[in-house]
Design a protein around this ligand. Structure first.
Ligand code: UN1
Length: 521
């Protein structure tokens, strides 16, 4: 296979001409590109670290323009019937499907994930459009029995306003789509700040969406893009017009965002770090468990928020499981993610590599034994390609309490299921978890109220690779938000409870009497 280049992919996505004198636009507002000259940063692919231009960073005037345009667009868009808004999202899905391969290739080039996973990510956008289309005819509330005669209580869901979306490099398309597609059918406008590591993927998404919005006659300014760093995230968090700020990223970022948003009584929707565990019980079907462990631990080079970080194995099996895993890890094809045989691409940057190295050192100090991996396979100037690592730990130590965004798997043993569940729940984060068992009691205990405390708790399925139909998110330091399927749409709307009196008297609730004598006149 001839490896494709960024220039070719940008050309096929119709955004190549957006690069002017090496500079990519700092924002897209009302479908138009802007090029701020005040600040920029160098762009390169994690595949080869070769520079492919500069990314201009949005300035204050662009931020206020984008939010202002979004608010104006919202005032119009909220009056479109929801099913008609759904038709717009349906047209977006068709546009995305037409460009699926090119968009996936851009993800490969910018995020460094393998093509099959990148295609899956674009599929996630298309799937979410399907879900949002159906939801556009299901944004319904309740009719509730009133305690008063000739009264009715109803709940309605109304569009919320301008939704800010902050996304991370590892899912530069899907997480944006979860938020934006639902927000659109709910009648909201969207301002997006993507990761500064994947700005071109965001530009391509904006190009696809802007074209459809224009064709469908949607108000200009409905969806805009601001390129930049944490500074912009902070401004979105502080801006009174952003009714909801959805943020995906580290716990540190989420804490800062949540505080600013709470300060002004705004709403936030947080999907932060995970520290996901998988339990192997004595009767687990290892033919299922082993490939699930490997995909969860090394897929996306360990850079999913759902990546498997902690493997908790029954003491009777731990030696056999470690041996099988070390054997498979030794065969993993690591390298250029554009090659079809590659399973593990590069880490996003040198900082990620350093974090992995530091964590391995810390784990050794805690008494861990490196069973395999940790070495750089291909280094700079090409990229940061590492051998995924497995470290056997004497117990759950301090080193294991935080998330390291790298293919680093800690293994520890347990004796009783209660002990395994306690280990699963002991960390500050609570995103994803899994158990491999053929014993129904073990499975049910794990997903019961006294089992895993995570937002996602799977049985005989790995920790990563959730479908869009369920609510996605986690508890504790993961931030508590739920995105994607189920009733996540409610995040993007406001609820109005209405009491309607269709009678000729005015009874008060709770039997209260408050007799006001009518004026004899
Ligand atoms: C993320 O890593 O932020 O469940 C999202 C998964 C994907 C989404 C991951 N569907 O692994």
């Amino acid at each position: 296979m001839k490896p494709y280049s960024l220039a070719e992919v940008a050309q096929s996505l119709g955004i190549a001409h957006w690069q002017k004198e090496q500079v990519w636009p700092s924002s897209v507002i009302r479908g138009r590109t802007h090029y701020a000259h005040a600040a920029w940063h160098e762009l390169s692919s994690p595949i080869d670290c070769v520079s492919h231009g500069r990314q201009a960073l949005a300035q204050d005037d662009e931020i206020s323009q984008a939010i202002g345009a979004a608010h104006e667009a919202f005032l119009v868009w909220r009056n479109w019937p929801a099913p008609r808004r759904g038709q717009v999202v349906k047209a977006i899905a068709a546009q995305v499907a037409q460009h699926k391969t090119e968009l996936a290739r851009l993800i490969v080039l910018e995020a460094g994930k393998i093509e099959s996973e990148a295609l899956g990510e674009v599929q996630e956008w298309i799937d979410l459009c399907d879900l949002a289309l159906g939801q556009s005819r299901q944004l319904h509330g309740l009719v509730i029995a009133s305690e008063r005669p000739e009264h009715r209580l109803i709940e309605q869901w109304h569009p919320l306003g301008v939704v800010g979306v902050i996304t991370a490099f590892n899912f530069p398309v899907a997480v944006w789509a979860w938020n934006a597609m639902l927000a659109l059918v709910c009648g909201d406008a969207v301002v997006w700040k993507p990761s500064e590591k994947t700005p071109l993927t965001a530009l391509a998404c904006m190009h696809l969406v802007s074209k459809v919005l224009h064709e469908q006659g949607a108000p200009a300014g409905l969806v805009s893009l601001l390129q930049g760093d944490a500074q912009i995230g902070q401004q979105l968090a502080q801006h009174p017009t952003i009714a909801l700020l959805s943020a995906t990223g580290s716990c540190r970022m989420g804490r800062a965002v949540a505080q600013h948003v709470a300060e002004r009584f705004g709403r936030s929707l947080l999907e932060l770090g995970g520290n996901n565990a998988l339990i192997i019980t004595p009767g687990a079907d290892l033919a299922l468990a082993i490939p699930a462990i490997v995909f969860s631990a090394v897929g996306t080079c360990g850079q999913r928020c759902t990546s498997l970080r902690r493997l908790i194995v029954h003491e009777s099996l731990i030696d056999a499981v470690c041996q099988q895993l070390v054997g498979i890890y030794g065969q993993l094809k690591i390298g250029d993610p554009r090659h079809t045989e590659t399973l593990v691409g590069p880490l996003i940057d040198g900082i990620a590599l350093q974090a992995m190295k530091n964590k391995i050192k810390e784990a050794i100090q805690d008494g861990g034994t490196v069973l395999c991996g940790g070495q750089v396979v291909i280094g700079v100037p090409v990229g940061h390609y590492v051998q995924p690592a497995i470290i056997r730990m004497p117990g759950q130590t301090a080193a294991m309490m935080e998330e390291t965004f790298a293919p680093l798997l800690f293994v520890l043993s347990y004796r009783t299921l209660a002990e395994a569940i306690a280990l699963n729940n002991e960390v500050p984060q609570g995103l994803s978890s899994a158990i491999f068992t053929q014993d129904q009691r073990e499975a049910e205990q794990f997903i019961s109220a006294v089992g895993s405390d995570c937002g996602l708790a799977n049985v005989n399925v790995g920790t990563s690779g959730a479908e869009i139909g369920g609510a996605f998110g986690g508890e504790k330091a993961t931030g508590g938000g739920r995105e994607s399927g189920s009733d996540a749409w409610k995040n993007y709307m406001r609820r109005s409870t209405n009491t309607i009196n269709y009678g000729a008297s005015l009874p008060l609730a709770q039997g209260v009497h408050f007799d006001v004598k009518p004026d004899p006149e």
